[in-house]
Design a protein around this ligand. Structure first.
Ligand SMILES: O=C1O[C@H](COP(=O)(O)O)[C@@H](O)[C@H](O)[C@H]1O
Length: 267
């Protein structure tokens, strides 16, 4: 199947409302996703007075934050009215280079100069603050509940999420929800502990599918040939989320697969 290497959206997914956008390479994908984020956050602020973004770790996820940090359009967003959360975190010490929140500092340190309100930044708890990932997950669920808003299209205690970013592993995991693991099987609660992650480190905290799927927009950020088989299955949306977690995530208003040409090569 030919790959659309220009930024024109192509509808090839059977997930209602899902779109696939293919970029020539990972760097272009990150730059385009960063530009798209500026617009989405502006739109959310125009609609609701504030914007809520859920960040991801991973190669393209952090690449997108780096691109955003260097974007000349960064000042188009009022960063004092942006709420930042994470979709998952590695349960390690706060100073560990493995922390998704630590890696995001490449952007957050720039946003500090643009009025970012650190009181609106919600990293998941590290292992030197919480004894177990269960404790950290329970704390995160409490934080989400404390910010829960009437406008959310859900009974779950979560705030309105305007955009939720997801990387995807070659095994099709999203956030820290891995194939055939307990996290991929549950829709209950909003944040869970993850043990025995097949990708190190083994202990993690993750949003649940229930929480992820309350987001108005879910954007997958995926690059690389090693991801192509999982993309081809997950974009179709027909596989069970227990076996192909990426097939189980979708936004209430939009689901975007933002890919590089390699990741899209088997669609
Ligand atoms: O461990 C994780 O992996 C996924 C995917 O990462 P990538 O480097 O293959 O893009 C990421 O989305 C997740 O946040 C992270 O904790």
């Amino acid at each position: 199947m030919p790959v659309n290497a220009d930024p024109t959206p192509v509808s090839r997914s059977r997930v209602p409302g899902a779109r696939v956008v293919v970029h020539p390479d990972a760097a272009t994908l990150a730059a385009a996703a960063a530009a798209r984020l500026v617009v989405a956050l502006q739109d959310a602020q125009a609609e609701r007075g504030e914007a809520t973004l859920v960040l991801t770790g991973g190669s393209v996820g952090i690449g997108t934050l780096k691109a955003l940090a260097g974007s000349p359009a960064l000042t188009a967003v009022d960063w004092s009215r942006v709420n930042l959360w994470w979709g998952d975190e590695r349960f390690v010490e706060a100073s560990s280079a493995d922390r998704n929140a630590g890696q995001a500092e490449v952007l957050l340190s720039v946003l500090d100069g643009l009025g970012l309100d650190r009181g609106r930044v919600h990293p998941m708890g590290p292992s030197d603050t919480f004894a177990t990932p269960e404790d950290a997950a329970a704390d995160y669920a409490r934080q989400l509940a404390a910010e829960a808003a009437d406008g959310a299209d859900t009974d779950l205690p979560v705030p309105v999420i305007d955009v939720l970013l997801l990387g995807m592993g070659p095994d099709s995991h999203v956030a820290s929800l891995f194939p055939d693991h307990a996290g991929a099987r549950t829709l209950e609660g909003t944040a869970i502990a993850v043990h025995d992650s097949p990708k190190p480190p083994p202990l993690r905290v993750s949003l649940t599918f229930g929480a992820i799927n309350t987001a108005r927009q879910v954007w997958f950020l995926v690059a690389g040939q090693d991801k192509a088989p999982a993309v081809a299955v997950a974009v179709n949306g027909q596989a069970p989320r227990e076996r192909v977690p990426a097939a189980g995530a979708a936004g209430t208003r939009a689901t975007l697969w933002l890919l590089d040409a390699s990741a899209a090569s088997l669609i």
